[in-house]
Design a protein. Structure first.
Length: 505
């Protein structure tokens, strides 16, 4: 395939939902795989829905995900401007062309008139549609004479410009994911292309820009499928070559029914947005994958597999491998069920793929927030010991806090089960033996502890658990001797003494 050009075209009306990130991701993978170009176009013609900060949020989200654009507001490019609000003159020119060719017409019906009609039909249990059947009975340049129309225009009467859906035709196109899609024109309405405010609607701006930006493939969410026949008719009206279409499946709620919505995350305890979003109007905060401790690679991998599969058993894909494996033909039609546990699983897999150095750097940030300064080499050893147990970077603290801070409390359940009358005396005696260990290494420490327990004929399980309780404060953690070695001899002995003193029966 040559000259592949795809675009992601968000409207900055709020934060980017993870479904939007997936759409952008599929576009990106497709472009990269075929050596094409990826474009970011901001579709901001609906001034009423503008939300401050949304465009910036979108840019930051993609930076975090590692999705790069070749052209766009920030990246620049030869096909700009890439923001629709800066392209008004272009749309005016093209709407002029449609009017001239007779594919569009002026409509002077006021919102009140249309509303009254809607109500009148509703009362008869019918629905009002501005279409091939009703348009001749309405106030527009098709039903009025040329002179009447010209007069209304000269008088400055407010108008919109509508697309003239051709009568009695079958609209048909091929969707890469869905095959042939056929719709009869009698089911389509004469959509507004140009609004009273002098700005185009989504449909006109989108088609004009896709054409001028030489978009080869329109890859977008299923919610745009109903608009596709109109878009096809617009291409035909302009006599332009159509791009290829691919409408992606919706992302479903974890229960499998209904589209995953922005409220689901809060209700079910997982993020639906890449980054945290604070709504500027309501002040409400929505959770983000980044802030919740997800690695961008895991988020991207999880999204890639929501609607696409490689046809093999492989599940873990770094971006480069996704690019190689991705194939639009393997995207499914039916909705893709989101599984929050699987998202966690991916995070765990990518944590395991990271080097101890990288993980230590990430964990060190959390330590610093807690005012803990520790040599990075020490933290590297700790992450190596516990990394199999964590799903998120912040879990390192849960799994390893005792390496940095002596326990202040002892888990009451473990105390009850493992700390008998005589345990304190045994620990004290063993502490004396440990004091003599010169080479403070896990093997030597373990050897000393085992020798003592055997010599005294004590229960290995019970003593080891009592020691763990003294060093950790509970029954968790990796190998005991490894803990003892890493916290150091003095600290280990001090913790044992402190436990004997504090856990008095
Ligand atoms: N601006 C539309 C959106 O917000 C673009 C849809 C399309 O890709 O055509 O999703």
């Amino acid at each position: 395939m040559s000259d592949i050009r795809v675009r992601f075209a968000p409207s900055p009306t709020g934060p980017l939902h993870m479904g939007g990130v997936r759409t952008a991701l599929y576009n990106y993978l497709f472009a990269r795989k075929h050596g094409g170009k990826m474009i970011l176009r901001i579709e901001d013609t609906d001034q009423n829905r503008f939300v401050a900060g949304a465009e910036n949020y979108i840019e930051r989200s993609f930076e975090w995900c590692g999705i790069q654009f070749d052209e766009g507001v920030k990246a620049g490019g030869d096909f700009g401007p890439y923001k629709q609000s800066e392209r008004s003159a272009i749309y005016r020119e093209y709407i002029g062309e449609l009017l001239e060719k007779g594919h569009a017409y002026y409509a002077f019906d006021t919102p009140e008139e249309l509303d009254a009609l809607r109500k009148e039909l509703e009362a008869k249990k019918e629905t009002f549609v501005y279409d091939t059947k009703s348009r001749m009975g309405l106030r527009n340049s098709l039903s009025l004479s040329k002179e009447e129309t010209e007069k209304l225009l000269l008088d400055g009467t407010p108008y919109v410009i509508r697309f003239k859906i051709p009568e009695n035709t079958e609209v048909s196109f091929t969707d890469i994911i869905r095959g042939t899609v056929k719709v009869h024109s009698s089911t389509l309405d004469d959509k507004v292309l140009f609004k009273t405010d002098g700005l185009p609607t989504y449909h006109l701006a989108n088609i004009v820009d896709d054409h001028l930006m030489q978009i080869s493939h329109v890859i977008r969410g299923e919610e745009w499928l109903p608009s596709a026949p109109l878009h096809v008719l617009l291409y035909e009206a302009f006599e332009w070559e159509k791009p290829q279409f691919a409408h992606l499946p919706v992302i479903l709620k974890p229960v499998g029914k209904g589209k995953l919505s922005k409220r689901d995350g809060d209700k079910m305890g997982f993020p639906v947005f890449p980054l945290e979003w604070k709504d500027p109007k309501s002040g409400e905060t929505f959770a983000g994958y980044r802030e919740d401790g997800y690695l961008p690679e895991a988020f991207v991998n999880m999204l890639a597999l929501l609607g696409w599969n490689p046809g093999t058993e492989q599940e873990v894909f770094p971006m480069e491998e996704l690019i190689q494996a991705f194939d639009l033909e393997r995207v499914v039609k039916s909705g893709a069920k989101f599984n929050p546990d699987k998202a966690k699983w991916f995070n765990q897999q990518f944590i395991r793929l990271k080097s101890d150095q990288e993980l230590a750097q990430a964990f060190d940030k959390i330590l610093k927030e807690k005012n803990i300064e520790a040599p990075i080499g020490f933290t590297e050893k700790i992450v190596a010991l516990v990394k199999e147990r964590v799903e998120f970077i912040q879990d390192f603290w849960t799994q390893a806090h005792f390496f940095y801070k002596a326990p202040e409390e002892y888990d009451a359940k473990v105390v009850k089960k493992r700390w008998k009358e005589e345990t304190g005396a045994h620990i004290t005696e063993m502490t004396g033996k440990l004091r003599q260990v010169e080479n403070w290494q896990a093997d030597a420490i373990k050897g000393c502890m085992s020798a003592f327990i055997q010599e005294k004929e004590l229960s290995m399980g019970q003593m080891m658990n009592a020691i763990r309780l003294s060093l950790v404060g509970s029954s968790m953690g990796p190998d005991l001797a490894a803990i003892a070695e890493l916290i150091g001899k003095d600290e280990c002995l001090a913790r044992l003494e402190k436990a004997v003193e504090r856990i008095k029966k």
